[in-house]
Design a protein around this ligand. Sequence first.
Ligand code: AMP
Ligand code: MN
Ligand code: MN
Ligand code: MN
Length: 282
Amino acid sequence: MASLYDLHAHSTASDGTLTPTAVVERAHAQGVTVFGLTDHDVTHGLTEASVRAGQLGLGFIPGIEVSVTWSHQTIHVVGLGIQADDAVLLAGLEKLHDFRQWRAEEIGRRLQKAGIEGAFEAARARAKGKIISRTHFAHFLVEAGHAKDMKQVFRRYLVRGKPGYVPGEWANLEQAVGWIRGAGGHPVIAHPARYPLSATRLRQLISEFKDLGGEAIEVVSGSHSRDDNQRIGVLTQQMGLYASCGSDFHGPENPYFDLGRIPALPEGCRPIWEAEHWRGAR
Ligand code: AMP
Ligand code: MN
Ligand code: MN
Ligand code: MN
C-alpha cells in the first residue's frame, strides 16, 4: 500500500473541533498512513492520539505548532517527532499559555468596548483544552450573528486594526527552533505562502530559520493554493531544505482540505520523512 502523509492537524486540545481520538480515527478512515497531530502551543492531545493510532495501526508523529513573532509578524513553526514531555519545551510553552490567557481576556474587553458582551466567557466555554484561540472567539461571533462565516469574522474583528485584535509577542524564531530540536523534533515552517511577506523577506525568514537549525518547509498545505505549493516547492529546493505536507485540518466544517486530501509534493522536493535522520514513523 502506498504511504499517505498528513503532518499538520488540530484537535480540541487547541482550536480543532474533533477530539484527538476522533481526529486520528478520521485520518485513518481517509486513508492517511502517517499522521501528525500539531496543536497550537500544546502537547496535551498527543498521548490520547498516540494510543488510538496504535490501536488502528496508523503511523503517528507527535507534533506541535509553535506561535512565533518574527519581524512584527506572527508565523508558525511546526515541530515533528517531538518528545512531548521535554522540560524545556514545556516551560517555553507555559509562557505562551500565559500570554494567550491575558490576550483572551483583553480580546474580551476590547470586544465589549465595541458593544459585544460576553465574548471572553463564550470563547472560554468553547475551548476544550488548555488554550483559548482566536478561533474560539470566531465561532462565538459567527453564532451570535456578528459575521456570516469564519473568513468574514476574522476580517471584521480579529485581525490587525480591528476591534478584537490584540498585539503581542509570541516566542522568537530561535526559541521555537531550539525547543523543537531540544525535544528531538524536526522544525518545519508552516504554510509560508500565508504570511504577508515579500519574496525577499520570506527568503530572509527561511535563511534565518535554516541557520538556527530549521530543517523543512511545509510546501503543500491545505491553506495554500496549487500555485503556492509549486512556488514554495521551488523556493524550498533553492534554499536546500526538506519538504513537508499537511492539511491543517481543524474539523469537518473547516474551509481547507480534509485529512489526507492534499496534493502530492511537487516533483524534485525531498520529503522530510525520507531524510536519513528522520525520527518518526514512515
Ligand atoms: P491564534 O493562534 O489564537 O491567534 O489563532 C490563530 C488561528 O485562527 C489559526 O490557527 C487559524 O486556525 C485561525 N484563523 C486565522 N485566520 C483565519 C481565517 N481568515 N479564517 C479562518 N480561520 C482563521
Ligand atoms: Mn488554528
Ligand atoms: Mn498555522
Ligand atoms: Mn495549523
